[in-house]
Design a protein. Sequence first.
Length: 342
Amino acid sequence: MRVGVLTGGGDCPGLNAVIRAVVRRGVKEYGYEFVGFRDGWRGPLEGDSVPLGVDQVRGILPRGGTILKSSRTNPFKVDGGVEKITSNLAASDVDALIAIGGEDTLGVATRLADLGVNVVGVPKTIDNDLSGTDFTFGFDTAVNIAMEAIDRLHTTAESHHRALVVEVMGRHAGWIALHAGIAGGANVVLIPEKPFDIDDVCAHVESRFRTNFSPIIVVSEGAVPVAGGDMTLQSGELDAFGHVRLGGIGDFLAKQIEERTGKEARAVVLGHVQRGGTPTAFDRWLATRFGLQAVAAVRDGDFGTMVALRGTDIVRVPLIEGTGELKTVQPEQYAEAEVFFG
């Protein structure tokens, strides 16, 4: 059997660990041959592929990013896109496809599976917002990077008696902000799931200053104020999946805090640094297990499924369970962080 592999959407630590595990098990135990498609769905759309064997995956376990590269190509936005993919898969003698990606990449995989393409999904997103799986790889690395930044910012904030606003990724779900904020001892955590009142935020800031400590506010890029209620955008342009570029909520908050409290405030935007670098041990472990079980699903002919973490077990669920709805922070989970506000 010849199996194609692709990585789509935003890069994240652990992608290479999945690729390595898929190839190592597929070659060693099943005698499969692999081909890697470049740049996400652009690869099978344009027939752009490279050989993918044991030699090509040596030494990539600790590497961030993806050796196959990525893109946000949406074949359903291209005239005849689906037909081109099926034709190129047939021309490459590819019998099955393993798609590694988040909501958008797996959304395409779901639709292709419905059209008869033999596809297995591997969930990937640093936002940890895919339903059907307890955790996605890349999330733990992003949280640790954000936590380390918060740890460092505590000391510089206190040295200058200023408030620091840390903007982290999270378009519709605040998992990174919640986990990193609690772990880093933030004084306020703001997430997309719960619009915030700027007066309440400023009250927490002033309360923190009264204790002779400086406040750290962690905010998801998709968080919105009660008044206004719109996400802060870097650009109104849409990508192939209809997403706009978010950014600026940190600067907005810092300016509001200065104007309302008279205290100096600065914004720190972590941005793509959260995606980069070597994956944590947990993400290497999870990504490796996902890869091993994804190629096992191909062997079993269990197409139209996605591997998922449930407790400590890797299970298979229908692809639609991973993309049907987002997994968001629940009120009781957010309430745990609110204990430490102010």
